[in-house]
Design a protein. Structure first.
Length: 256
């Protein structure tokens, strides 16, 4: 569930905000409440919430100072300001600090519900996006490890080449054609695959290479033709997700 921290110096307002929405239905839990900015900042640093709902006028540290501190140290936090002051300067400053919603008191459940829905939906989309990016980063890391292993195999093969040539020369001197054929057949089967580069776009190349390694691990024939430039006019994450889904489905179908 998403976590929210509520800051207001009026206990009545704090209680009202806690009671207005059906938090469970929104998939949000109240991580805590604070009566001033300093208390709220300490609570936020401890709980690391997804959402902050704050008043502007509070003792020790006002809402704008709190928003500035949070936006600098925890930029992912979605901020909602509830203010009793219809002041354009406040609203302008709030926008510059990345505040998502600026509402005037008193507020009703009908006003707050769509705000919470918009923020919770945005947070879920952001979290889903982060999961997708982490998945692709993991693929890139595994692809990198596969490339290192392939390069090491290629180096070893080059090191062994002199030995192979000496063996062939000895067999040639014997004039035993069948032994030469058998030796060459065994040597070819030991040559490592050097399928290390599939396209110019690094993100897509990483995804294709990742599934290439999976297919080889399962002894599945794998052939890919892909022509993508280094820079694309589309979102690389979305493209890689589509590519990943296609290759995942193909791999699963091959395993059945």
């Amino acid at each position: 569930m998403l976590k929210v921290v509520i800051a207001d110096d009026e206990a009545r307002i704090l209680s009202l905000i806690r009671l207005l929405p059906d938090w469970d239905a929104l998939g949000i839990e109240v991580a805590g409440t604070a009566g001033n900015g300093l208390e709220a900042l300490a609570l936020i640093e401890r709980e690391r919430p997804d959402i902050l709902i704050t008043d502007i006028r509070m003792p020790f540290m006002d809402g704008m100072q709190l928003c500035e501190a949070v936006s600098h140290t925890m930029p992912w936090v979605q901020i909602v300001i509830l203010s009793g002051y219809d002041d354009f300067a406040y609203a302008q400053q709030a926008i510059s600090l990345g505040v998502k919603e600026y509402l005037l008191k008193p507020v009703s459940a009908q006003e707050l519900a769509p705000v919470y829905l918009r923020i919770s939906q945005a947070e879920r989309e952001r979290n889903a996006r982060l999961q997708q990016e982490n998945q692709l980063l993991s693929m890139q890391q595994q692809r990198y490890e596969s490339l290192k292993a392939a390069i090491e195999e290629a180096r070893q093969a080059r090191h062994d080449l002199r030995h192979q040539l000496c063996q062939l020369a000895a067999l040639a001197e014997e004039g035993n054609l069948e032994k030469i054929k058998a030796y060459l057949s065994g040597a070819v089967s030991r040559i490592p695959s050097l399928e290390m580069h599939f396209c110019e776009n690094r993100a897509a190349d990483g995804v294709v290479g990742y599934y290439c390694a999976l297919a080889k691990r399962e002894n599945i024939p794998y052939s890919v033709q892909i022509d993508l430039p280094e820079c694309l006019p589309v979102d690389e994450i979305n493209l890689c997700l589509v590519l990943s889904n296609l290759l995942e489905n193909a791999l699963e179908a091959s395993l059945r």
